[in-house]
Design a protein around this ligand. Sequence first.
Ligand SMILES: Cc1ncc(COP(=O)(O)O)c(C=O)c1O
Length: 435
Amino acid sequence: MDFLSDPRFSGIERFENKLWLSSPTMHGDEQKWVDDAITTNWVSTVGANINEVEKQIAEYVGVKYAVALSAGTAALHLATKLAGEKLYGQARTDEGTLAGHRVFCSDVTFDASINPVAYEDGEAVFIDTEYDTWNMCPKALEKAFELYPDVKLVVIAHLYGTPGKMEELKKICDAHGALIVEDAAESLGAKYKLNGKWVDTGTIGNYNCISFNGNKIITGSSGGMFLTDSLEDANKVRKWSTQSRENAPWYQHEEIGYNYRMSNIIAGIVRGQIPYLDQHIAQKKAIYDRYKEGLKDLPLKMNPFDAEKSVPNFWLSCCIIDQDAMAPHVRGENNELWTHEAGKSSPGEILAALSAFNAEGRPIWKPMHMQPIYRTHAFITENGNGRGNSNAYIVGWGVDVGADIFRRGLCLPSDNKMTAEQQDRVLEIIHRCFM
Ligand SMILES: Cc1ncc(COP(=O)(O)O)c(C=O)c1O
């Protein structure tokens, strides 16, 4: 479809400069700390910027220790390995710590949340999502423990900056003696009321991770952190991240190591960004609020959150189209087909329209249980086994909340530099899609 010449979109101008989903926002201080690293010659994985960002982030989120790493993925890998070692002991050199063990995992998330289970030779079992926050469903988790009572580890992500139902999830994990790896990569700065006390995401699990990837709420261009109150765990992760070097005059190794430490240059960028974290959150919230107001006359809803128990960081604004306003839209593995119907639209159409006008949206993260690589892994819904529920002789195929949110939802341009005028134009494009 040629949106630019379609009369439905007449009068709307294409954005001259691309409107991004969520791009880095530099403020100037970053340059100062990077220059400081270079002029003092501390450009490797030791230096004042690293020390400072570890201190500042630990203070901000409210943990005793933060370990700066090369990526959120590295943090998740070491967090998962640490959990595996705690539960099942030190692994053989050629085997992961989770070999022979299942791990319950968030399903609608970025694959970096849960790939570390495979890095450690474990088997991910995906837990369905709930509609209230688009995060792991406590009822499905409870069901999963009924089916697999031996599981001792649960990886929980907070999608798009919205905290999941951590109180319920944690209670279930505690009742089954299971540990939690908390993936707060997308939710740095989001708050959650846990048992009546407000805490930051990234402090709730037994092993906690954040990311400074280029699209996150603040960035180091890359980078991540492991967050903990345990000095022992912090020291272990720091050791593993620097090739597990022992105290000897030569390179001596008692355990497998990784090159996962953050560089002092990257830390300089993060150091320049930290003072602007709250400002970025406020800008993202304003974007979310404007979408909510501007879309309220359309048959769709914004990505929801529990206003009593959580304050998201509003990293990405998303929406989900009402079922009866969905125009035909089918997806294959690598491509899709959609068509327009008056008064209706689809994620495919809206994303294509935004793209034609030079604005970037994105489909909802495709659920892990639908990914080709994980198709053979178990998937548990609140009704039990989520696989093999269709039947040639019975209509319907049970609940699959993640698949439904993926099918009807989409991520909207959420760049914190987007002006109100630009956002109005995005709103207009979305409205015209439903004409
Ligand atoms: C939920 C989630 N987990 C983990 C990651 C991985 O972080 P990184 O890109 O810093 O490795 C990301 C994003 O990149 C993410 O969105």
